[in-house]
Ligand binder design. Structure first.
Ligand SMILES: CC(C)(COP(=O)(O)OP(=O)(O)OC[C@H]1O[C@@H](n2cnc3c(N)ncnc32)[C@H](O)[C@@H]1OP(=O)(O)O)[C@@H](O)C(=O)NCCC(=O)NCCS
Length: 147
């Protein structure tokens, strides 16, 4: 995970420092206030001993019919090979199998490449939210898709 995160130019631009194991562990256990850890999932995908992608999602957030994608990050050397699309397709299948209706996520408004990706695979912007992360004010675009 540290390896994948340090490959990301987008993360460097926003957080400006290298990932640390303790910072990553914080991400792995982070849940919204009042949300049970039971619904938290953090998956690392590997191929031939190399890290390929990480996916973080919450089952039943922000409502019981919804799966929330907290992070999808494909290793810099693996981008553009349809890995992100395949992962999202698996998320869609998982959502349907679990009997849930929607998939939602937030993308930082300056992440134009990420926004293009989600639009291309059928996600539609449904709102905007403002937050402060590590002292930085961020505008977050909320995207949604029916599974
Ligand atoms: C966004 C991200 C997950 C896409 O994963 P990926 O495996 O590279 O995407 P895919 O190869 O499946 O691409 C699917 C389509 O989206 C488009 N796309 C993907 N990444 C893109 C990018 N960075 N810029 C522009 N378009 C992009 C591709 O053109 C592709 O369309 P095509 O098949 O017609 O060529 C990956 O680039 C990434 O990890 N980005 C940094 C983190 C991030 O922004 N995550 C999303 C917010 S949580």
């Amino acid at each position: 995970m540290v390896n994948i995160r340090n490959q990301s130019r987008f993360f460097h631009a926003h957080w400006g420092k290298k990932a640390t194991s303790s910072g990553i562990i914080e991400s792995i256990v982070a849940v919204p206030d009042g949300f049970s850890m039971e619904g938290k999932n953090f998956i690392a995908l590997w191929k031939d001993d190399n890290p390929v992608a990480v996916l973080d999602f919450l089952v039943g957030y922000p409502n019981p019919n919804c799966l929330w994608v907290g992070l999808l990050l494909v290793h810099g050397l693996q981008k553009g090979k349809s890995i992100g699309t395949e992962i999202v397709n698996a998320v869609i299948t998982t959502t349907k199998t679990a009997g849930m209706k929607d998939i939602t996520l937030g993308v930082i408004a300056t992440n134009t490449r990420g926004i293009d990706f989600w639009r291309k695979i059928g996600f539609v912007q449904t709102g905007v939210s403002n937050t402060t992360l590590r002292g930085e004010d961020l505008e977050i675009l909320i995207f949604k898709r029916t599974a």
